[in-house]
Design a protein around this ligand. Structure first.
Ligand SMILES: *[C@@H]1O[C@H](CO)[C@@H](O)[C@H](O)[C@H]1NC(C)=O
Ligand SMILES: *[C@@H]1O[C@H](CO)[C@@H](O)[C@H](O)[C@H]1NC(C)=O
Ligand SMILES: *[C@@H]1O[C@H](CO)[C@@H](O)[C@H](O)[C@H]1NC(C)=O
Ligand SMILES: *[C@@H]1O[C@H](CO)[C@@H](O)[C@H](O)[C@H]1NC(C)=O
Ligand SMILES: *[C@@H]1O[C@H](CO)[C@@H](O)[C@H](O)[C@H]1NC(C)=O
Ligand SMILES: *[C@@H]1O[C@H](CO)[C@@H](O)[C@H](O)[C@H]1NC(C)=O
Ligand SMILES: *[C@@H]1O[C@H](CO)[C@@H](O)[C@H](O)[C@H]1NC(C)=O
Ligand SMILES: *[C@@H]1O[C@H](CO)[C@@H](O)[C@H](O)[C@H]1NC(C)=O
Ligand SMILES: *[C@@H]1O[C@H](CO)[C@@H](O)[C@H](O)[C@H]1NC(C)=O
Ligand SMILES: [Zn+2]
Length: 467
């Protein structure tokens, strides 16, 4: 729609008018308002906010530390287990908050956070407080985990405390549950909580193929977790099978594809392009790479195109058509995330939807001359083009600037906390032997390495030609 008018009342979109159809007087006003505040969006593009269905916000302080590690190495140095005992509640708070500001700045308005910073009563509350303070729409999924110094029983008391305290009321943040050990006997303690409490989503990591992480859809179904009204988001879903996809399709549950993470860390996604009706997008370990869902959508679009093009091309044929449209990528980044969370009022622009919006400068160097707004955003746009961001009808970014008055102070506090980086850099990576069995079951092996420097002994990859 070009030159339209969009009306927001309180936290919702209440009307959308095509050019020339808007009434002379907008009479749907918020409480205490006598006339609407009019925001001129001439030459702008308005889209729904992006939806990220998988992230670990607490990891922001590790920024750039994972630039060349594999998932196997990550687990030995940056995982929730290697981080237990190293984060004060204060560091959790500021790391989570700085990460959420980064996401909001990038137009990501809804985030399903698999928290796993729940190492103590205090660290969990700090991460929750930061989520609420950020102004983002966070589904804060309490992670139950097998820790050294914090038992599952203590975690359950903490969870119940948080669920009963009603600290969420009046904020866009809601409570979820994250759990990665449905195969263990402790699952009996967690499964009932998903029914007893009014949670917004249940989420779990699942990868098949060599990973065999457990938490497969069949197991979740046997535990009666899939065919219910609660949203279940299965993160990655690497190597998802036909049978598993069918189960998700029938119960209308989703996998969260995290394209950049799965390529960077190596969990991969060889079948995910076949499961797109039940898929949304996520970022995952944002300390390592892009935090914006736009980049994820663009990477995944081109990845899927490459995979589908290979079908004719590998048979020495030339494809006539392009296998995936920009609109499909746009839906994945917006509407599909809402559907994964069972929130059809998120990720769309329509009367009745939440007012979570991104306003793009349609005259920026990158977008100037656009004809198709979806193509403009998906293939040409970047965070630099985002002028305003609204969550729940409130500006969180306005005129290219985060609206929080404390951002400078947050930055300072964050930089102090980032001293934890020295500790992590000096933590040895796991000692791994080729051929040895990994904790996932499959053996360990070296991947070939790339080397862009000519000559022998440049310190990284092989000299393939011996020249
Ligand atoms: C939108 O507004 C511009 C500037 O007023 C005008 O040139 C253009 O024709 C309009 N387009 C549509 C589709 O109404
Ligand atoms: C409207 O005004 C009343 C009385 O001043 C106040 O209590 C209420 O919070 C206001 N509502 C909003 C949405 O600002
Ligand atoms: C990445 O790998 C290169 C080459 O091994 C190394 O010099 C660099 O320190 C690594 N960077 C990080 C952040 O680990
Ligand atoms: C667990 O507690 C013990 C005893 O206080 C301490 O030595 C250990 O470092 C703690 N472990 C972690 C991961 O915090
Ligand atoms: C953690 O919170 C629970 C629930 O309020 C409480 O029972 C427990 O004593 C707390 N643990 C610590 C170590 O403070
Ligand atoms: C459940 O939580 C949602 C927000 O996630 C809230 O809108 C709804 O009123 C809650 N329902 C009950 C029965 O508490
Ligand atoms: C889900 O449950 C409904 C009844 O509540 C049943 O009719 C349907 O067959 C079930 N679907 C699956 C896939 O189990
Ligand atoms: C952005 O800044 C300009 C220039 O100061 C101002 O006219 C405009 O109202 C601002 N827009 C919003 C949405 O605040
Ligand atoms: C490259 O280095 C390896 C050992 O580091 C050596 O065996 C080989 O001869 C070298 N090749 C050339 C072309 O110098
Ligand atoms: Zn993850």
């Amino acid at each position: 729609m070009r030159n339209g008018t969009l009306v927001i009342t309180d936290s919702s979109i209440t009307a959308v008018y095509a050019a020339g159809e808007e009434p002379d007087n907008i009479d749907i006003l918020s409480e205490n308002q006598t006339s609407p505040e009019v925001i001129d969006v001439t030459d702008k593009i308005i889209t729904p906010g992006f939806i990220d269905t998988h992230r670990h916000g607490w990891q922001t302080v590790y920024r750039t530390l994972g630039s060349n590690v594999s998932l196997w190495e990550y687990l030995g140095r940056y995982s929730l287990y290697s981080s237990e005992g190293r984060f004060t509640p204060d560091v959790v708070y500021i790391s989570q908050l700085a990460g959420l500001y980064e996401a909001l700045n990038a137009g990501v308005t809804t985030i399903l956070d698999h928290t796993h910073h729940t190492w103590s009563n205090e660290t969990s509350k700090a991460g929750l407080r930061a989520s609420i303070d950020s102004g983002a729409r966070v589904v804060w999924a309490y992670a139950f985990q097998d820790l050294q110094n914090y038992t599952i029983d203590e975690q359950i008391s903490n969870f119940k405390d948080i669920a009963n305290e009603a600290i969420f009321n009046g904020t866009p943040t809601t409570l979820g549950i994250a759990y990665d050990a449905f195969y263990s006997d402790k699952a009996d303690l967690i499964v009932p909580l998903t029914r007893e409490y009014n949670i917004s989503a249940l989420t779990t990591h699942f990868m098949a193929g060599p990973w065999d992480s457990g938490n497969d859809p069949e197991l979740l179904d046997r535990l009666d977790l899939l065919n219910t009204s609660v949203s279940v988001v299965i993160s990655h879903g690497s190597y998802v099978s036909v049978k598993q996809y069918e189960l998700l399709r029938r119960t209308n549950q989703y996998i969260s594809i995290t394209p950049e993470s799965e390529m960077h860390y190596g969990h991969l996604h060889p079948t995910s392009h076949l499961a797109l009706e039940q898929a949304s997008l996520g970022v995952d370990a944002h300390f390592t790479f892009s935090t914006d869902i736009l980049t994820q959508a663009r990477m995944w679009l081109q990845r899927v195109r490459a995979i589908f093009y290979a079908t004719p091309s590998d048979a020495w044929q030339i494809s006539i058509n392009n296998p995936m449209s920009v609109k499909q990528a746009f839906y994945l980044a917006t509407r599909s995330g809402g559907l994964a969370l069972r929130r059809p009022d998120l990720g769309i622009i329509a009367p009745g939807a939440e007012a979570d919006l991104v306003v793009w400068d349609g005259t920026s160097p990158a977008l100037l001359g656009w004809v198709d707004p979806v193509a403009a955003i998906i293939l040409h746009g970047s965070v630099a083009d985002i002028e305003h961001v609204l969550v729940d009808g409130r500006f969180v970014k306005r005129n290219h600037t985060l609206t929080t008055p404390n951002y400078q102070a947050v930055k300072k506090r964050f930089l102090k906390s980032a001293r934890i980086q020295d500790v992590m850099i000096n933590t040895p990576l796991p000692i791994s032997k080729q051929g040895e069995k990994s904790t996932f079951g499959a053996p360990l092996e070296y991947a070939p390495v790339a080397d862009v420097e000519r000559g022998n002994g440049t310190g990284y990859g092989p000299n393939w030609l011996g020249l």
